[in-house]
Design a protein around this ligand. Structure first.
Ligand code: AMP
Length: 272
């Protein structure tokens, strides 16, 4: 496995790679994306870059986990060909505030409303990385569904290189979606956290059984159950196309959840 920090490395290989952008602290969710990339592409690039522009000043940029040696070992074991570890200066040569991409509409809902500017940082770094790596295909997790919708819209609007593939969420055996931030859950919170997924599945079943009724009413029972052990930022049925809230089930719907615990917020979603 080559370890690269200089973006100019990619000038000689345009369009060849499967690409998995990450912020590191790799887990089986990331590895599943790498495996999919390996299945479809000759060579796989993984980037590890904790992107400062997607964190607000009060957020966890400084304490975001950075176990770089372990990440290198996991990437090597997963068969990654190129591990790209760019510096902030090489991603943002004129400084982090020099240019921002804003995708209208979807960026201001849900996570975007609670974390103003977050998706502008995400869109900007993804665009920058795609222009550096010039991949054949870039792999994202359904776990961050709003991010995937924004990235798809951005790539389509701006004609960025390669195609985007969204891969299923990898979960622990009890249903908790894997996340680099799960390590911040206390043991009691860790025990309760799978309820996020279980309640989502329960709601999905109810929505599918009562298609014509108001989804918002059907979700109330799950909201109350979850609110007993965490603070819910949202638990909503939305359109998979543009994430607008839905009164009732439509063909392409997704149930999205954000739950706050003492030291961490967890995101999850299931397609309906
Ligand atoms: P991150 O390092 O958190 O920025 O995530 C890098 C990529 O891995 C993103 O496309 C995420 O959606 C994806 N990812 C994170 N967690 C999971 C998971 N549990 N299952 C599948 N993909 C995931």
């Amino acid at each position: 496995m080559k370890i690269i920090t200089d973006p100019s490395f990619f000038h000689s290989y345009p369009g060849k790679f499967g690409f998995v952008p990450t912020m590191g602290a790799l887990h089986e969710g990331h590895i599943s994306l790498i495996h999919e990339a390996k299945r479809e592409c000759d060579q796989v690039v993984v980037s590890i870059f904790v992107n400062p522009t997607q964190f607000a000043p009060h957020e966890d940029f400084n304490r975001y986990p950075r176990p770089i040696e372990r990440d290198q070992e996991m990437a090597e074991a997963a068969g990654v060909d190129v591990l790209f570890l760019p510096s902030v200066e090489s991603v943002y040569p004129l400084g982090v505030d020099a240019a921002r991409i804003h995708i209208e509409g979807v960026s201001d809902l849900w996570e975007g409303e609670l974390r103003p500017g977050h998706f502008d940082g995400v869109a900007t770094v993804v665009a920058r990385l795609l222009l550096i790596v010039c991949p054949k295909t870039t792999y994202f997790g359904q776990k961050d569904i709003q991010q995937t919708i924004i990235v798809n819209r951005m790539c389509y609007s701006l004609g960025l290189p390669g195609r985007i593939k969204v891969c299923p969420t990898v979960r622990e055996s009890d249903g908790l979606a894997l996340s680099s931030r799960n390590i911040y859950l206390s043991s009691k919170e860790r025990q309760m956290a799978p309820l996020i997924y279980n309640c989502s599945e329960e709601s999905k079943k109810m929505i599918l059984d009562h298609r014509l009724e108001k989804a918002s009413v059907l979700l109330e029972g799950s909201r109350m159950k979850l609110a007993q052990f965490c603070s819910l930022d949202y638990f909503e049925l939305v359109s998979l196309d543009d994430m607008r809230p839905l009164e009732r089930y439509e063909k392409e719907s997704v149930l999205i959840v954000a739950a706050r615990f003492e030291a961490v917020r967890l995101l999850d979603n299931i397609l309906i």
